[in-house]
Design a protein around this ligand. Structure first.
Ligand code: NFS
Ligand code: SF4
Length: 646
């Protein structure tokens, strides 16, 4: 066992190296922050106005409320939903940026981007009600782009978000209307939520939570359109075989890490890198080698098979290899400390987005008109850096695992269709009905150094697999499994229960791929959780039951970011039991905590549960799946009996 809080062997080696050179990593900083303040940890610290911070101090006369009189439940509810606003803003703004470029492509105004997946364009257009019959592709694309941008601009509260209503089933849409959480415009619902949680506005915790859920549904729309438009521009993921872990960094090549979330520039860097291999060779390297970190890494993995270097908590350690020539970052989940880490080496940190700069880093402002030029300049900067690389400082852990990824919903359907061409999702629901698999779990979200890096992710995956649960993954969770060698066919042999093994064998025989299907199906980045929800909705539709009745669970074993809170919240609204592997800062108010962990189930069928212990969490998830299957069986029995007595 490592002396550090990680299960990753390569990370352990790099942490040793960091220690040797005296570089303090996020692992040291996490330790330095302990013990945490109980007020903040449980959510009862309010900093919403300048009279604060106010803490709940029940023992002092007048101390049981904030200065304005806000109760613990108001403070906790406000803090929680403000996380959702932050997360939904991040996802949606990412979606909006893609939609802007998409519009310019449709208008023929940019040269470095094109419509790559016309089939997907047609499918999305039809789904959202854009006329396709006999129309020019670009005209259709323009209408899709305009509708996408309208999702942000809408201020008429009687309207409903297209990317919610057209991709959810009618039962859920009605649920969203009945509970007043159906959003009309993305920007509107986020602004409203910030207004609602200003000092002296909403004091009712339940009303605040419903405002938060409306913002969370805006997050779904932002994510879904980001996924759709990225697929149309860059291609929809198909199965790819590649590798993961720090061993994907090559000593003899110019190494460039693509890190962040927005694929607009990184996708062009991939294209540019293919053209610039010779330039790298002229500089004495064996070529250009791209690796991914966080969700930008997932985007280029899904579409281009770019290997994964590492995930969130270990991003600094990719630099510790001494062989990282440039790290190109866009937005979200980029630790500012990568710049300090880079100072110990020759690594160039390149920021690319106007809202994301790091003092001392290079800034190549992304501009869709000159995306290819920027990409080439960045690669040249990396080639220059390579020439200055100190070979004595290079130490790359010899660890890499085979990864089979690229499972967009379309890619999964292509496999299912080989077994059941008419109703592909029936392949899954039949296997559940037959008791071969217990259900489906989606492992998603971040790393959080309150626990041990990647321990919860990989332990839960193994436990669920043993219990015959079909596994989907996105985000840094997917990367954790990839790094640990769980994302390949070997892992099925090692960890899957007998039922899951049989299910996989059937899929493998049908899929006819050169590589065996992996234990975990990597569905993409965190915005691609929209794919995961589409999977769940398809299950509900196939089974003819409400979303809240399907044997489907979600787990964010090491949740960290505001985006993860937004994703968790909408999962609950969609009826999904949602495990979070850290204790949420809702526990400071019994009332709010009960609303999100208990009452939510009565309203939406979905609910949160906090469980830091990976084994207990897995057991609970299996129990939930079994319970839902049992209920479905009972309902069927009752229905059959009724039919028979007619
Ligand atoms: Ni998701 Fe992806 Fe990772 Fe968490 Fe950050 S990279 S968008 S937020 S840390 S999973
Ligand atoms: Fe304190 Fe109320 Fe201001 Fe919050 S809003 S900081 S509880 S006075």
């Amino acid at each position: 066992m490592s002396e550090y809080k990680t299960i990753d062997v390569a990370a352990t080696q790099m942490l040793d190296k960091a220690k040797e050179i005296g570089f303090l990593t996020t692992f040291d900083r996490a330790k330095a922050q302990e013990p945490r303040c109980t007020f903040g940890n449980t959510g009862i610290c309010c900093r919403i106005c300048l009279q604060g911070p106010c803490r709940i101090l029940p023992k002092k006369p007048g101390g049981n409320k904030g200065v304005c009189g806000a109760m613990d439940y108001t403070i906790v509810a406000r803090n929680t939903v403000r996380y959702i606003a932050g997360g939904a803003a991040a996802h949606s703004d990412h979606g909006r940026e893609i939609a802007e470029t998409f519009l310019h492509v449709a208008e023929g105004k940019v040269k470095d981007y094109k419509i790559t997946d016309t089939d997907k364009l047609m499918r999305v257009a039809k789904q959202i009600g854009v006329e396709t019959e006999g129309r020019d592709i670009m005209a259709i694309a323009k209408d899709v782009a305009m509708l996408a941008l309208q999702e942000f601009a809408e201020v008429d509260e009687s309207k409903e978000l297209t990317w919610i209503t057209k991709f959810s089933n009618e039962t859920r849409n009605q649920k969203f209307r009945d509970t007043t959480i159906m959003p009309s415009g993305i920007n509107l619902s986020l602004a409203k939520l910030l207004h609602q949680t200003h000092i002296g506005v909403d004091a009712d915790p339940v009303n605040i939570i419903f405002g938060g859920l409306k913002a969370a549904l805006s997050d779904v729309a932002g994510e879904h359109l980001a996924t759709d438009l990225s697929d149309i521009l860059f291609g929809t993921g198909v199965p790819v075989v590649t590798e993961a872990n720090l061993g994907a960094i090559k000593a003899d090549k110019v190494n460039i890490a693509l890190h962040g979330h927005n694929p607009l520039l990184s996708q062009v860097v991939v294209t540019a890198a293919k053209e610039m291999q010779e330039e790298a060779k002229a500089a004495g390297a064996a070529g250009v080698n791209l690796v991914g970190i966080c969700c930008t890494g997932n985007e280029v993995l899904m579409r281009e098979g770019v290997p994964i270097a590492t995930n969130f908590s270990t991003q600094e350690l990719a630099i510790m290899t001494g062989a990282m020539d440039a790290m190109v970052v866009d937005v979200q989940c980029i630790m500012p400390s990568i710049r300090t880490a880079a100072e110990c080496f020759h690594t160039k940190i390149v920021t690319t987005m106007p809202i994301m700069k790091i003092p001392g880093a290079y800034h190549f402002a992304f501009d869709e008109q000159h995306a290819m030029d920027s990409a080439k300049k960045i690669i040249r900067l990396a080639i220059e850096a390579f020439k200055n690389r100190d070979k004595d400082k290079v130490c790359i852990p010899n660890i890499r695992n085979t990864v089979v990824a690229g499972f967009s919903l379309e890619a999964m359907y292509n496999i299912f269709k080989k077994i059941n061409p008419e109703s592909p999702m029936k392949v899954v629901t039949d296997a559940i009905a037959a008791g071969e698999i217990k259900g489906v779990a989606a492992l998603i979200g971040c790393n959080n150094l309150k626990g041990t890096h990647d321990f919860n992710h990989t332990t839960i995956a193994q436990e669920l697999a043993k219990n015959d649960v079909l596994l989907l993954a996105t985000g840094c969770s997917a990367q954790a499994h990839a790094l640990a060698g769980l994302m390949n066919g070997e892992a099925v042999k090692k960890y899957a229960g007998e039922g899951l093994k049989k299910f996989h064998a059937r899929l493998n025989a049908a899929a006819g791929l050169t590589a065996e299907l992996p234990l975990m199906f990597h569905m993409g980045s965190c915005v691609d959780n929209s794919r995961v929800q589409d999977f769940a909705t398809a299950m509900a539709n196939e089974m003819g039951v409400d979303n809240a009745d399907i044997p489907f669970v979600v787990s964010a074993p090491e949740a960290m970011s505001e985006k993860a809170v937004a994703i968790g919240a909408w999962n609950v609204a969609y009826g999904n039991p949602t495990h979070v592997g850290v204790i949420a800062p809702t526990v400071g108010s019994q009332l709010v905590n009960d609303v999100v962990t208990k009452i939510a189930e009565d309203v939406f069928g979905g609910f949160f549960f906090w469980e830091p212990d990976a084994h207990k969490a897995s057991a609970r998830m299996v129990e939930i799946l079994e319970e839902r299957n049992w209920k479905n069986a009972m309902r069927k029995k009752a229905r059959d009996a009724r039919e028979a007595s007619k």
